[in-house]
Design a protein around this ligand. Structure first.
Ligand SMILES: Cc1cc2nc3c(=O)[nH]c(=O)nc-3n(C[C@H](O)[C@H](O)[C@H](O)COP(=O)(O)OP(=O)(O)OC[C@H]3O[C@@H](n4cnc5c(N)ncnc54)[C@H](O)[C@@H]3O)c2cc1C
Length: 532
C-alpha cells in the first residue's frame, strides 16, 4: 500500500473522529465553511453502523406514536431534500403497512397517523402512484385478516455510496480524510482538548496533530474515546442496542414495495426490496460489547425468519436459501431501564466543557436521514458558518428520470461501454459516472466487468482507489463499489475482481493474495453466511 503523507505536527481547526455518515457530514460542513478539517476513521468510511442499517430514509412513522413531532418533521424535511439532491441514491419508495386483526393499533388511529405523517411530509393525500397492494395481498396468510395502508418514504440502498460522495466533497472543499487510522486519545491540557494522537494502522506509525475543536462522531464507540482520553462524563453517553437483519433471495412476484408490519412478538419490522434481494429487519437487543465485533445471534436470525415466514407462509423460500445476515449497534442515548423501542432516535451534541475538556464535542444518537442537519447544527455550535444547501442544482422530481436516462446514454457513449454498465454506474455515481466512463475509453482493462455477474466495471474500482480514499479490496468491494453485497457474490467473484483490479492498478501477486485474504476476513465477519 502506498504510504500516506505524514500528519505529524500539523495543526487543524477541526478534527472529526469517526467516518460514519455523521462524521463525514460534519467534516464536509466544516471544510465547506473554510475550517482546516481532518477526518479520521479507524476502519473504512461507512464501515461502522452506517453500512449495517436498514437503509431507509424516513420520517419515522413510529415516532408519531411517541409524540415526537419535531423529530418526524425534521426527518421528513431531510428526506425530501436528499431525494431532490441525490436522486440516484435516495429514492421514494412505497411502504405498505400490513396489520392483522390482532394488532393493538386500530385502523382509525393508523389512518389519523398516516394523515398527519403525509401533512408533515408536505403531501396532503396519498401520492397516487401505482400501488403494490395486490402483489402483497397475494402472498399474505389468507387465514389472518390484514388491513393494508399505503404511504411513501424513501430508501437509500447504499448509504456507503452517499458517504463516499460526501467524502469527495469534503476533500474538494480542502478537508483531509484518513481511513485505517485510529485515534488513540484526545490530549487534554488545562481543561482544554488541544491535540489528538493517532495510529496509522497500515504503517503502524503514531502521529500527533494539534486542534482547536475535536468532534467525537464515533457513534457506538463514543464512550470509548472519552474513557481513553480521561474525559469523565459521569454516566455513559451511549446505550448500544444491536439490530440484526437477514437477507433473502428475491422471489418471483415479490412486491416492489417495502412492507412494514409486526413481527411474531408484535414489534415492528420491515421486509424491504433491496439490492435485488429482500432485507428483513430488525431486532433490538442491548449490546455493550465492542461494536467492531457485532454479529447477529442465532436467536435473532430465527426470530426474523419466523416473522418473515408467518407473514408470507406461501413464499417459496426456505431458511437454507438465506444469503446472509448482518448486525449493527444503534448508538442510542444512554437510557437505563428504558425499553429499546421507547428510546428517542433524536441526536444531541454533548459539550465536554462541562467535563473539563473544552473544545471537545460528542455526537450522540441520530439517524442516517438526519445526518446532514446534525452536521449543520454541529458546525453552528463551533462557530462555523453553515453553507445552506443550494436549491439550484437540485432537480425537480419529474425531471429526474429523464436526466438519469440522458446520463446513461452519454456515459455509454463516452466510455464505449455497454448501456447496462452505464446504467449500473449512473445508479451509484449519478452524473459523476460520465467522468468515470471517460477514463475507461480505449482501455479494455477498465471497461471489463468486475466479475461475470455484475455490470459494474473495473473503472469504478480504480476511481474508488484514486479518488474516494479506498485503500483495500474490502473498501472497494464492500463499500465504494459494493458488488460483494449482491445476490450471487462468491469467493470466485472476489478472485476474479481482485485479478482484474490488479491489472488496472499494477498490484503484484503478493498484493493480490494479501488483499484477498483481508477481504475474505472482513466480509466473513460482516456478512454472516453460516446458519444453524
Ligand atoms: C440495525 C440498525 C438499523 C438502522 N436503520 C436505520 C434506517 O433505516 N434509517 C436511518 O435513518 N437510520 C438507521 N439506523 C441508524 C443509523 O444507522 C445510525 O444513526 C448512523 O449510521 C450512525 O452513524 P455514525 O456516523 O454516528 O456512526 P458509525 O457509522 O458507527 O460511525 C462511527 C465510526 O467511528 C469509527 N471509530 C470508532 N472509534 C474510532 C477511533 N478510535 N478512531 C477512529 N475512528 C473510530 C468507527 O469505525 C465508525 O466507522 C440504523 C441503525 C442500526 C444499528
Amino acid at each position: 500500500v502506498t504510504p500516506r503523507a505524514s500528519l505529524d505536527g500539523e495543526r487543524f481547526n477541526v478534527v472529526v473522529i469517526g467516518g460514519g455518515i455523521n462524521g463525514v457530514a460534519i467534516a464536509r460542513e466544516c471544510a465547506r465553511a473554510g475550517r482546516r478539517t481532518l477526518l479520521i476513521e479507524q476502519l473504512d468510511f461507512a464501515a461502522g453502523t452506517t453500512s449495517r442499517s436498514t437503509r431507509i430514509f424516513h420520517g419515522g412513522l413510529r415516532y408519531l406514536e411517541h409524540g415526537d413531532i419535531a423529530q418526524v418533521r425534521e426527518s421528513l424535511r431531510e428526506r425530501r431534500r436528499l431525494v431532490r439532491e441525490r436522486p440516484n441514491l435516495v429514492r421514494p419508495l412505497e411502504f405498505l403497512l400490513a396489520l392483522d386483526g390482532k394488532s393493538r393499533r386500530s385502523a382509525l388511529a393508523v389512518r389519523a397517523g398516516l394523515w398527519l405523517y403525509r401533512r408533515l411530509g408536505g403531501a396532503e393525500r396519498p401520492t397516487g402512484r401505482h400501488s403494490e397492494r395486490d402483489a402483497l395481498e397475494r402472498w399474505l396468510d389468507a387465514g389472518r385478516r390484514f388491513s393494508v395502508f399505503s404511504f411513501e418514504d424513501a430508501q437509500c440502498e447504499f448509504p456507503e455510496r452517499l458517504v463516499a460522495e460526501w467524502l469527495v466533497e469534503t476533500m474538494a472543499a480542502g478537508g483531509t480524510a484518513r481511513n485505517h487510522t485510529q485515534v488513540l486519545a484526545v490530549e487534554i491540557r488545562d481543561r482544554r482538548a488541544v491535540a489528538v494522537r493517532l495510529r496509522d494502522l497500515l504503517s503502524k506509525k503514531e502521529e500527533r496533530v494539534e486542534v482547536t475543536w475535536t468532534i467525537n462522531a464515533t457513534g457506538p464507540w463514543a464512550d470509548q474515546i472519552c474513557r481513553g482520553s480521561g474525559v469523565s462524563t459521569g454516566h455513559p453517553m451511549v446505550g448500544g442496542v444491536r439490530g440484526s437483519h437477514i437477507v433473502l433471495p428475491k422471489f418471483a412476484g415479490a412486491p416492489a414495495a417495502a412492507i412494514y408490519t409486526e413481527a411474531v412478538d408484535g414489534r415492528p419490522i420491515f421486509v424491504i426490496p433491496w439490492n435485488e434481494q429482500i432485507l428483513v429487519g430488525t431486532t433490538e437487543v442491548p449490546d455493550e460489547n465492542d461494536p467492531a465485533r457485532v454479529r447477529p445471534s442465532d436467536d435473532e436470525i430465527a426470530y426474523l425468519w419466523r416473522s418473515f415466514q408467518r407473514l408470507f407462509p406461501k413464499v417459496p423460500v426456505a431458511k437454507k436459501d438465506l444469503h446472509y445476515a448482518f448486525a449493527g449497534v444503534r448508538p442510542l442515548p444512554f437510557s437505563p431501564n428504558a425499553q429499546p423501542l421507547a428510546i428517542s432516535r433524536r441526536h444531541y451534541l454533548h459539550d465536554h466543557a462541562q467535563d473539563g475538556a473544552q473544545g471537545m464535542i460528542s455526537v450522540i444518537g441520530g439517524k442516517l436521514t438526519t445526518a446532514a442537519s446534525l452536521a449543520r447544527e454541529c458546525a453552528v455550535k463551533i462557530g462555523a458558518s453553515v453553507v445552506e444547501p443550494v436549491a439550484a442544482g437540485t432537480v425537480p422530481e419529474h425531471e429526474v428520470g429523464a436526466l438519469l436516462e440522458r446520463a446513461i446514454t452519454e456515459a455509454a457513449d463516452r466510455g464505449k461501454i455497454s448501456l447496462d454498465s452505464a446504467r449500473a454506474m449512473v445508479g451509484w455515481h449519478g452524473t459523476k459516472a460520465l467522468g468515470i466512463a471517460e477514463t475507461a475509453r480505449g482501455r479494455p482493462e477498465l471497461q471489463i466487468a468486475l466479475c461475470p455477474h455484475t455490470d459494474h466495471i473495473v473503472a469504478e474500482a480504480v476511481y474508488a482507489l484514486n479518488r474516494e480514499c479506498a485503500v483495500t479490496l474490502a473498501d472497494v468491494l464492500l463499500r465504494r463499489v459494493p458488488v460483494a453485497l449482491g445476490a450471487c457474490w462468491s469467493e470466485e467473484c472476489s478472485r476474479v475482481a481482485a485479478d482484474r483490479i490488479a491489472v488496472a492498478s499494477g498490484w503484484d501477486e503478493s498484493r493480490v493474495a494479501q488483499e484477498l485474504q483481508g477481504f475474505e476476513l472482513e466480509s466473513e465477519y460482516f456478512l454472516q453466511r453460516r446458519f444453524s
